[in-house]
Design a protein around this ligand. Sequence first.
Ligand SMILES: Nc1ncnc2c1ncn2[C@@H]1O[C@H](COP(=O)(O)OP(=O)(O)OP(=O)(O)O)[C@@H](O)[C@H]1O
Length: 357
Amino acid sequence: MTSDDEGRPGRLPGAAGPGRAPFAHRAPAPDATAHRAPAPAPDAGSASAPDAVTCRGLRYAFGETRAVDGVDLSVRPGEVFGLLGPNGAGKTTAIRCITTLLSVPAGMVRVFGHDAAKERMAVRRLLGYVPQQLSADAGLTGRENVALFARVFDVPRRERAARVAQALAAVGLTDAAGRLANTYSGGMVRRLELAQALVSAPRLLMLDEPTIGLDPIARTSVWEHINAVRAATGMTVLVTTHYMDEADQYCDRVALMHHGRIRALGTPDELRAALSARRRAARTAAPPTAPGTPTPTPAPAASPASAVSPSAAPSRSSDAAPTLEDVFRDVAGSGLDEQSGDFRDVRSTRRTAHRVG
Ligand SMILES: Nc1ncnc2c1ncn2[C@@H]1O[C@H](COP(=O)(O)OP(=O)(O)OP(=O)(O)O)[C@@H](O)[C@H]1O
C-alpha cells in the first residue's frame, strides 16, 4: 500500500479530502426501531456501478469437505446483505474468499469490479473486515488498537489522529478510548473492532457474526452504530449471522446458506411471502382428508431454492405469517439439525466467550 492519499481506492467517493472526516460523526439513532437506515449511498447512485460483491460458481474445499459448493450471489452497493446459516454452512469460508484471505480455487469473486484472484491488494483496500476471532489486543487501550489498524491500513500519517478519534466516536467509545481493552464489556469489544475496521473508511464492511454471544441491548447497540455509519457514508455491509430475527430486522436482503450452497435469496419479505405461497399451493393441492385423519406435514423442499423473484414480492401484510427461520427450515430441509446443531450452537458462543474473557 502507498501512503499517497490521492485516489486511494479505499477512500469513500467525495467523503474525505485531506482534513475532512472519512465518515460523519453521527451519533447512533436513539430509536432502536430505526432499522435498515436509508443510505444516502454514494456507492448506490449509479446504475452502471459494479456490484459491491459478485460471486459466480464459488467453490472452496478443505480436503474432502466442500465448505463452499458453487455459490452465486451479488451484493448491491449500499445495501446491508446478510449471509445466514447454521454452523458449518460455509459462511465464514465464503467471506474469507471475498476478503482474499483464502485464495479462490474455483469460480469468480469480484469486489467493486476487482477480481479477488488477480487484484488482491486492490480488493483489500476496499474492505473493512471484522472476523469471528478477536481482532483487538486486550493489552492496548481502545485508542491504541484503532491507531494500530490505522497504521496497518496505511491511513496517511497527518490524518491518523483525527481518523482514529472519528472511528472511536462513530462507535460511541470516545469516553472509554483511554482504557485498556481488557476492561471493556463484550459489546464494547465488538464496537472497538468495528472502529478498527472503519478507520480505513472501507466501501465494503464485512462482519462475521458481529453480535454472537452479546445480550440483546449490546446487539442492538452494535447494529445502531453500523446503521449510523452506513447512513452517513453509503458503505455496503455484508454480514454473517445465525440470528434470523436480527437479519430480518436489519438486512435489506439475505441469502440462506446450508451445506455450502445458497438455498434462497431475497428480501426477508420476499422470502416469507414465497413460503406463504408454497404453503397455500400445498394446501390447495392436498387431497381432502377424512374426518379424524391426522393432517400430513408437507415435506420440505428437496431441491435448493433459487433466488426469489422480486416480481413475486408481496406486501408487508404477510409479516404475521412465517418467520425467516420457518423459511430456512423449509428450504434447507430435514438435514438442518443433524450435524450442525441449531442456529445458536454453543461452539460460536464459546468462541465469543474466549474473545472477550
Ligand atoms: N480450516 C479448516 N479445515 C478443515 N475444515 C474446515 C476449516 N474451516 C472450515 N472447515 C469446514 O468447512 C465447513 C464450513 O465451515 P465454515 O466455518 O465456513 O462454516 P460457517 O457457516 O461459517 O460456520 P460457523 O457459523 O460455525 O462459523 C465446515 O464443515 C467446517 O468444519
